[in-house]
Design a protein around this ligand. Structure first.
Ligand code: ATP
Ligand code: ZN
Ligand code: MG
Length: 501
């Protein structure tokens, strides 16, 4: 990397009379810098002293950041001049900061980032910043900008490549009872009604009972036998939690945002109330006056708030592994054009188990979870399904463990069901109805969670009740008489429902 920074210090009074002192100070600082970072070539140079300004140029090759030198100089120079001449430093102006670095692959198209111009030539990139504040330098933005550029170029290579997918296991083929889209049929039967807003549903007694049965099966057959304990969390997630988990930069276009009123003072709301009474319409202009900018969103996945609940805690070895689940928080995602039936909705019901423990504990738990899930899908649902790794090995901490079918320590396994209404097994898209992840220490670090002795890892699994239900119904139909015995033992009959005239 090559850094080239031009800046000037403004002092509280004229420094031209102490030019010699100033030059000595900078040359000492330069020597000091070279001594400390002798492997990296760095150089500080004065190029002008004028009235109460000192113009500097710092160049370095390697990992040393000249802006750190600049901030150090400000500190020590400030002290020295203060003592000797009662001169203080008013401000630093960074006019021009060029950072050149190499990439593994050359950019496929132009890159742009906030705060800087980006130029590239082959695998060489230059970021050019102008008029940067001291605050900006202190906040470590520079290093993150370099990272963002690198990520953008990497993404250019991933784009269009499709997602990573590597089969782990497949069930045998099962003959489906039918090949209809269950959602459409259930709407016709009156079990389901499209919700009042996009991607939401009103579940009448029959399908509500099926969803609750899915929940009961997941809890009784998977979570309870493995020792998971229920917790209840809030489904309103403040942005600072999503900042820590990375969701805020990952999927800001998928959240449902929550806005609080700025006040509950009736007087402030009076005009809105009056307008509503008189016009029987909603005055959004008036409403906006009393709404705050969102600082939170509706639950996207339950795990972030669970991690937050352990933030800064030291967990007793006795409590490891921590095995908890939430089944209360409703999840919301803006699915936009992807919405379909009850399988891809904007509001869904999930159980999310979260596990925190040592690497060995979690790898062991994954085996047990896989075993219990398999039992449910094979023996209770009698499903045609498969499992696949969806996180590439090179993104993850890899390493072989006991079972040869699992080659990764961390990463995500998707569980997918064949959906007969979508077409042939080979050509149609199967539905992800469950996933299971071990994420290493990513969230443990983000939330500063510790154990007495052990190094902690964490992971989670997303049990989508709508997805479980629709995968089952798509293969087994809506007639309880034709359902497999394992499922019938959980749900003997459907609720009567409501008849409409
Ligand atoms: P997809 O690729 O289908 O969008 P995803 O990768 O976004 O799924 P995850 O974030 O891994 O899903 O969420 C885990 C589980 O949550 C899924 O396996 C599924 O059961 C459920 N789920 C996710 N999105 C939806 C949705 N829009 N409607 C219903 N269930 C969902
Ligand atoms: Zn999760
Ligand atoms: Mg999704």
């Amino acid at each position: 990397m090559r850094f080239d920074l031009e800046a000037h210090f403004t002092f509280s009074s004229d420094i031209s009379s102490i030019k010699k002192d100033m030059e000595k100070f900078i040359s000492d600082a330069n020597e000091d810098l070279i001594k400390k970072h002798y492997k990296e070539i760095a150089n500080i140079e004065i190029f002008k002293i004028e009235k109460n300004s000192l113009f500097l140029n710092i160049v370095s090759y390697g990992n040393f950041r000249p802006h750190n030198a600049l901030l150090q100089i400000k500190n020590s120079l400030g002290k020295e001049l203060g003592k000797k001449y009662h001169i203080g430093i008013r401000e630093i102006d960074i006019h021009d900061y060029k950072i050149e670095f190499g990439l593994e692959q050359k950019p496929l198209k132009d890159i742009s980032i906030p705060f800087a111009k980006v130029k590239s030539k082959g695998k060489q990139v230059t970021i050019i910043l102008q008029n940067v504040s001291e605050e900006f330098l202190r906040r470590n933005y520079i290093d993150r900008m370099i990272k963002v550029v690198k990520e953008k170029v990497e993404n250019q290579y991933y784009e269009g490549k499709g997602e990573f997918w590597e089969s782990i296991w497949e069930s045998e083929e099962k003959k489906p009872i039918w090949a209809k889209d269950p959602t459409e049929e259930m709407v016709d039967l009156g079990w389901l009604k499209q919700g009042p807003t996009k991607g939401k549903w009103f579940y009448r007694p029959q399908i509500a009972a099926i969803l609750r049965t899915m929940e009961e099966i997941a809890i009784n057959e998977v979570l309870k036998p493995l020792g998971f304990q229920e917790i209840i969390e809030s489904y309103v997630v403040p942005f600072d939690i999503w900042l820590k988990t990375g969701h805020l930069e990952g999927m800001p276009g998928e959240f449902y945002y929550v806005a609080e009123p700025t006040t509950r003072d009736v007087e402030k709301w009076q005009r809105f109330i009056d307008l509503t009474k008189i016009t029987k319409e909603i005055s959004f202009d008036e409403l906006n006056k009393n709404l705050s900018t969102p600082h939170a969103g509706i639950c996207y996945a339950q795990c972030p708030v669970i991690y937050w609940s352990f933030k800064g805690k030291t967990i007793s070895e006795k409590s490891l592994p921590i095995l908890v689940y939430d089944k209360t928080a409703v999840s919301a995602r803006y699915e936009s054009g992807g919405r379909h039936g009850i399988e891809r909705v904007d509001e869904f019901h999930r159980i999310e188990p979260v596990y925190i423990g040592t690497r060995e504990q979690l790898l062991n738990l994954r085996e047990k979870l896989l075993e219990r899930y398999k039992h449910v899908f094979n023996n209770i649902f009698d499903l045609e399904w498969r499992m696949a790794w969806v996180t590439p090995w090179y993104m993850q901490q890899a390493g072989k463990i006991g079972d040869d079918s699992i080659q990764q320590d961390t990463g995500t396994i998707d569980f997918e069901a064949y959906m007969p209404y979508r077409g042939s097994r080979k050509e149609s898209e199967w539905l992800e109805f469950l996933n299971l992840s071990i994420l290493g220490d990513k969230y443990i670090k983000a939330f500063n969670i510790k154990a007495q002795k052990s190094e902690l890892w964490s992971g989670c699994s997303g049990i989508g009740l709508e997805r479980w239900a629709i995968a089952f119904l798509a293969q087994k139909g809506l007639d309880p008489k034709k359902w497999p015995p394992g499922f019938k033992s959980y749900m003997k009959e459907l609720p009567k429902g409501i008849e409409f005239l």
